[in-house]
Design a binder for this molecule. Structure first.
Ligand SMILES: Cc1ncc(COP(=O)(O)O)c(C=O)c1O
Length: 378
């Protein structure tokens, strides 16, 4: 029985040609292809600046840093996210404050819970667009504005998704995107920071390469022949082969997402009303979402392990869990042992991610739905 994988990456000949051409050029570190990818991504998103970096974690770190987050500060983050959203806060010497999500039907950051956690030490709030569906950044932007704090968007799941027709990653001070292997636009590793703020962009550009006033490419192409260092920075650069791959794949991003939406609609139609299962988000949201994953909620969390086993062993369907609640992970529960966030904890115990990738076939989807019906009928 062939497995239906959770995710599968398929590259086209044009992608391979773009990478091969870059390797043959002999210039591999950040250079003209990174600049071309940044320009194309900024244009695609409708943002003034796109700063390519080595990961979304690096983009979050640079966004927090540029927002002035430092020791003694707090940043409010959702508990239902990948650990990177919170870890980047700690890398600034600040404290992540975990907030709850709305519920299993909408596992997005809850603005009301965020409001109740704002203190004089709060510097920023980070919204995560879970699974590629817009978090309520409209309400969060108003809240942040009222309190004079920064809104950061963790867009690791949501390239090209929109809320009220406006692209995610353009609602706050900065957006952070991921090009990790299993992401919608992937290059193995990579990330990018978006912003309309010239100072934030300049700060991120400098800090990604040791706060040097010019890079190796500028010196190679003789734009300058020396450099100064204006602060303490990092090596957060993206390299040229990845930029070439991303630029090539960006041309197909909308088509890839449209296919994900079709698959999502099909899943939603087929799973609607299946007893024991809640399909989060609403049908009307699919058109605005990037549909990164297909998240489901098992109504009785004590059955999730067995459901996963049946899907894997009896039907060859790979699944995963996104995510364990961050405040319950060992390193984080030690920081706030008494914290209880009922909706995030419920979602974390119920969530089951099933296969989703653009070239998934109708048969793959059919097998997954049948397996779920079978596993939940017992
Ligand atoms: C919500 C979220 N934020 C941040 C990250 C970190 O991305 P990267 O691996 O590019 O650093 C991920 C990656 O899985 C993620 O899912």
């Amino acid at each position: 029985m062939a497995m239906v994988p959770l995710f599968d990456l398929r590259l086209e000949d044009e992608d391979l040609d773009a990478v091969a051409e870059t390797l043959r050029s002999g210039w591999l570190t950040q250079g003209p292809r990174v600049a071309a990818f940044e320009a194309a991504f900024a244009d695609h998103l409708g943002t003034r600046h796109a700063v390519a970096v080595s990961s979304c974690t690096a983009a979050l770190h640079l966004a927090y840093r540029a927002a002035g987050v430092g020791p003694g500060d707090e940043v409010i983050v959702p508990a239902l996210t990948f650990v990177a959203t919170a870890a980047a806060v700690i890398h600034c010497g600040a404290t992540p404050v975990f907030a709850d999500v709305i519920g299993v039907e909408d596992p997005s950051l809850d603005p009301e819970d965020v409001a109740s956690r704002i203190t004089p030490r709060t510097r920023a709030v980070t919204a995560v667009h879970f699974a590629g569906y817009p978090a309520p950044v409209d309400a969060l932007a108003v809240l942040c504005e009222e309190h004079g704090i920064a809104l950061v968007e963790d867009c690791a799941h949501s390239p090209s998704a929109t809320l009220h027709g406006r692209k995610l990653g353009t609602w706050g001070l900065a957006g952070a995107f991921s090009f990790f292997s299993n992401k919608i636009l992937s290059a193995g590793e990579g990330g990018l920071l978006t912003t309309d703020d010239d100072d934030i962009a300049e700060s991120a550009r400098r800090a990604r390469s040791h706060c040097m006033t010019s890079g190796t490419w500028e010196r190679h192409s003789r734009a300058t022949d020396t450099y100064d260092v204006t602060g303490l920075g990092y090596n957060y650069r993206l390299d040229e082969p990845r930029a070439a791959l991303l630029l090539s794949r960006l041309a197909r991003l909308e088509a890839d997402i449209e296919r994900r939406r079709e698959l999502t609609r099909s899943y939603r139609e087929r799973l609607a009303g299946l007893e024991g299962l809640t399909v989060p988000f609403r049908d009307e949201q699919v058109v605005d979402a990037s549909c990164y994953i297909m998240p489901l909620m098992v109504d009785d969390p004590t059955r999730r392990r067995e459901v996963r086993r049946i899907l894997r062993d009896e039907h060859g369907i790979q699944t995963t869990i996104m995510y364990p609640a961050v405040h319950e992970l060992a390193a984080y529960s030690a920081r706030s042992p008494d914290l209880v966030l009922p909706h995030a904890e419920r979602a974390a115990r119920s969530e089951l991610t099933v296969p989703m990738f653009p070239h998934m076939t109708a048969e793959d989807l059919d097998r997954t739905v049948t397996a779920l019906q079978n596993a939940l009928s017992g």
